[in-house]
Design a protein around this ligand. Structure first.
Ligand code: HPA
Length: 277
């Protein structure tokens, strides 16, 4: 099943024929929203709201581990995330979509792994993830290409077909938030190769991967990052733009659900092979 994580401005998915709403408790706490199981065009999907339906979880306090665990628990194998970002690369204007292909992590106080060795949470189950946790393994996963190539390719195809303004690759810098960045921070990130900046893309991508799920992100440039334009940054600006892009985002998601091959053709599933110490 496909899991969809909605970010700022995307708290529900209309067009989703809701079948069931699951309140899930996980060994990593409660997710930020119930998982809504429904159908889009006859295909089953699971939807979760990253910041909660009332947007009460700030980026640094989103229960990322619980969220990904909950999606996996309902049978999700691939996760499509939607995120608002600030544009750093001068070619990435407000309203553009970016199918990011790598990240830079500047977060500071988030649990970014399930695998904590002797400190691992104990879980039940016969699968590989449960075994690694139960045996208190130290696990290093490869994130050379953290975003699923197959999902990215399909997103690019859809962006082309729907004639949207988009960038087929980009580096996502994740900051801790909840404040926006300083002009100097953005200048630094630009020099380090970041194209866009957000506060929620990490550790979401890595946690999905640790659970052997595919992950891709539709980033929407909501504003020029600090100092790229001379205006003061506001949440109003971000939410206003996300509101304007909502129709397009939902059209992309619908096509994605429709066109996604039922079986995975990528290597994401194999990420735990040889990863334990
Ligand atoms: N910085 C960080 N996160 C963001 C931004 C930004 O400029 N815009 C939307 N999310």
């Amino acid at each position: 099943m496909l899991g969809i994580i909605g970010g700022s401005g995307l708290y529900e998915l209309e067009g989703l024929r809701v079948k069931e709403e699951k309140v899930i408790k996980t060994p990593f706490g409660e997710p930020s929203s119930p998982v809504v199981i429904g159908e889009i065009g006859g295909r089953e999907v699971a939807f979760l709201s990253r910041h909660g339906r009332d947007h009460s979880y700030p980026p640094h306090l989103v229960p990322y581990r619980a969220n990904l665990w909950a999606l996996r628990e309902v049978g999700v194998k691939r996760v499509l995330a939607v995120s608002a970002v600030g544009g750093i690369n001068k070619l990435f204007g407000a309203g553009d979509f970016v199918i990011v292909d790598s990240f830079l992590d500047f977060t500071k106080q988030r649990k970014s792994t399930y695998y904590e060795g002797r400190f691992s949470v104990q879980v039940e189950g016969q699968n590989e993830v449960a075994r690694l946790l139960r045996e208190k393994k130290v696990v290093h996963i490869d994130v050379s290409d953290p975003y699923c190539p197959e999902m990215r390719k399909l997103l690019i195809e859809i962006m082309e077909k729907q004639r949207l303004r988009y960038h087929p690759a980009g580096v996502y810098a994740c900051t801790e938030g909840p404040r926006f960045e300083s002009t100097a921070e953005i200048r630094m990130l630009e020099r380090l190769g970041a194209d866009v900046v957000g506060m929620t893309g990490y550790p979401e991508v890595v946690l999905a991967r640790e659970l052997t799920m595919c992950y891709a992100s539709i980033c929407v440039v909501a504003n020029p990052a600090a100092g790229i334009s001379t205006q003061r940054l506001t949440s109003d600006e971000v939410l206003e733009l996300m509101g304007r892009k909502e129709r397009e985002v939902k059209a992309v998601i619908s096509s994605f659900v429709y066109m996604l091959p039922p079986e995975r053709g990528c290597e994401c599933e194999k990420v735990l092979e040889g990863a334990e110490v």
